[in-house]
Design a protein around this ligand. Structure first.
Ligand code: 13P
Length: 254
């Protein structure tokens, strides 16, 4: 068993409405595994159907939101707040995904604001970071990731939450949806650097408690090798989380 447990998380992005989510969970072979957690992040519209489906099927699967607004209420057309999520029983939020950074102009400052708001409201946060291919090719991977984490690491609320209600997902942008996975060696090297950064800033015991998930073209063909790396604590999966067969196959590799 891995020291920090294993988290298999599916990020459905803008896929699966309520009806197809019900079909997904009905078709998902799920049995509990000691030391492992399965979580799915559906769209806002699908959250309630997903919660109802896993309850009806007796599946112990966590359901989280892919985003939320930092303010608790107000004139923010089209947004969803923490209290709304809490009202239906959501306890997890995914923040900082590269698609939010790229298409929705979420800067590190915006992401920090959302992270703090989520932590203050009692949510568990999975914070995504990752470099582009250009940044990797010019040797900037670690400096980019450090920059993405800087304000979070410097914040006392986040520092206190790391390893408890704040965990990380390393998703190299060049590996997302491309079919090009980071090799286990590349991923492990980056995860180890991230853990070293956490150790330098927050101390060994906190760094040891932070789950760092790998994301980017994870499939049943490469997951076992990635999971065998000491600093990889699970997967954040896009495409392969959309079908019960492939997501179930990933779960069976744990
Ligand atoms: P893919 O698994 O489709 O590459 O997506 C990864 C991702 O962005 C998960 O958040």
């Amino acid at each position: 068993m891995k020291p920090r447990g294993i988290l298999l998380a599916g990020n459905w992005k803008m896929n699966h409405g309520p009806a197809s989510a019900r079909g997904f969970f009905e078709g998902l072979p799920f049995s509990k595994k000691p030391g492992a957690t399965m979580r799915v992040y559906p769209s806002f519209l699908t959250l309630q159907a997903a919660l109802d489906a896993v309850k009806a099927n007796g599946q112990e699967i966590e359901i989280g939101a892919q985003n939320f607004h930092a303010e608790k209420s107000g004139a923010f057309t089209g947004e969803v707040s923490g209290p709304m999520l809490e009202e239906i029983g959501i306890q997890q939020v995914l923040l900082g995904h590269s698609e939010r950074r790229q298409y929705f102009a979420e800067t590190p400052a915006v992401i920090l604001k959302k992270t703090l708001s989520a932590l203050h409201q009692g949510f568990e946060v999975l914070l995504c970071i990752g470099e582009t291919l250009e940044e990797r090719n010019s040797g900037q991977t670690i400096s980019v990731l450090t920059h993405q984490l800087e304000s979070t690491l410097a914040d006392p609320t986040c520092a206190e939450a790391f390893g408890k209600t704040l965990h990380l997902a390393y998703e190299p942008v060049w590996a997302i949806g491309t079919g090009v996975t980071a090799s286990p060696a590349q991923a492990q090297e980056t995860h180890a650097s991230l853990r070293a950064l956490l150790t330098r800033t927050l101390g060994q015991s906190t760094a040891d408690a932070v789950q760092i998930l790998y994301g980017g073209s994870v499939t049943p063909a490469n997951f076992a090798e990635l999971l065998a790396c000491p600093d990889i604590d699970g997967g954040l999966v896009g495409g392969a989380s959309l079908k019960p067969d492939s997501f179930g196959a990933l779960w069976n590799l744990i």
